[in-house]
Design a binder for this molecule. Structure first.
Ligand SMILES: [Zn+2]
Length: 320
């Protein structure tokens, strides 16, 4: 079988006759790709081509036709805007319009023998998927449940196949107007739906893993919740810094001293409480090591900035 006419316009990355061979057009900007008419030997091959081969080609041709039509109407409306103001559009716009119109006519002419072959054989089954949310599988693009603006994905891979078989595969995805006896209580086993379900399951599993990880890092201190161990450790550092500031501050008198020492004791108790909570989250966590490290880091930082601290200052060292 000569199906050479089938290859040249296949979208990149989509195997000929594959699932949705005509639909994954990722191009963001329209680009005119003027198809070449099939050579006579291509048309010889047409009589022997399978419905899938023919419909795959047709799906691509209809896509090209829609693109060319969009270009044509785009140039027409641009030119019309110029002419409405009483002038004429720049010459290149008329040239572009002519080129787009010629491309559109050429695609239409290319389509003809393929549709003629469909008619010659008395037609065959065709399947179209509405790709928006909740879209169904239809037997034609003129289904009464769809609007003129509905976008269909032609599924040429199933063209010519036994309707009951395809609908059985599609299950819940089947349109009950096109296929009244569809087993709509069955999950769709159309390959792209199966892939969708697998992706959704993977995403849910990943989300669960992240949630478990987040929960495993949470540090709870009374009503206060630190999302991460690092966050709780930073708070310990802050409490230790407050403790040092109070403990080694030069007091004005005995009452001031007593107040500062009471505050220092409070900050220290808070630092230790958070440290103990981290140890609940992280079994085996060394709270004393954390407090000592924070004390040393903060003391160094405060000394550097000129804060007067005794030489023997230590985490549980003597107060001033
Ligand atoms: Zn339908």
């Amino acid at each position: 079988m000569d199906n050479s006419f089938n290859r040249s316009r296949q979208p990149k990355g989509v195997p000929a006759g594959g699932e949705f061979a005509s639909t994954p057009h990722a191009e963001s900007s329209l680009k005119l790709q003027i198809p070449t008419a099939p050579a006579p030997q291509g048309l010889d091959g047409l009589a022997a081509a399978t419905p899938t081969v023919i419909d795959t080609e047709l799906a691509e041709l209809y896509y090209q036709q829609a693109k060319a039509a969009a270009w044509t109407s785009g140039f027409e409306s641009t030119i019309a805007r110029y002419e409405k103001r009483g002038g004429s559009a720049p010459g290149h716009l008329y040239e572009s319009l002519a080129e787009a119109a010629r491309a559109e006519a050429e695609v239409q002419a290319t389509i003809k023998p393929f549709e003629a072959e469909y008619t010659r054989r008395g037609g065959w089954t065709r399947f179209f998927m509405v790709m928006n949310n909740g879209g169904h599988l239809h037997s034609s693009r003129s289904c009464s449940t769809c609007r003129p603006s509905t976008q269909f994905g032609w599924m040429p891979a199933y063209s010519g196949q036994d309707e009951a078989g395809v609908v059985g595969l599609a299950g819940e995805d089947s349109c009950t107007v096109c296929f009244p006896s569809a087993p709509v209580d069955q999950k769709s086993m159309l390959p792209f739906r199966v892939a969708e379900r697998e992706e959704a399951a993977e995403a849910a599993a990943e989300k669960e893993t992240r949630a478990v990880k987040a929960a495993s890092e949470r540090v709870v201190v009374g009503r206060k919740v630190y999302k991460t161990v690092r966050g709780a450790e930073n708070e310990v550092g802050w409490q230790v810094e407050c403790m040092i500031s109070s403990r080694y501050h030069q007091a004005a008198d005995a009452a001031h001293r007593a107040g500062l020492d009471a505050n220092a004791a409070k900050y220290y108790a808070e630092a230790r409480e958070i440290g103990e909570a981290i140890a609940v989250t992280v079994p085996g966590y060394d709270v004393d090591a954390l407090l000592t490290k924070k004390f040393e880091t903060k003391a160094k930082m405060l000394r550097k900035s000129g804060f007067p601290m005794p030489e023997d200052a230590a985490l549980e060292g003597p107060v001033v």
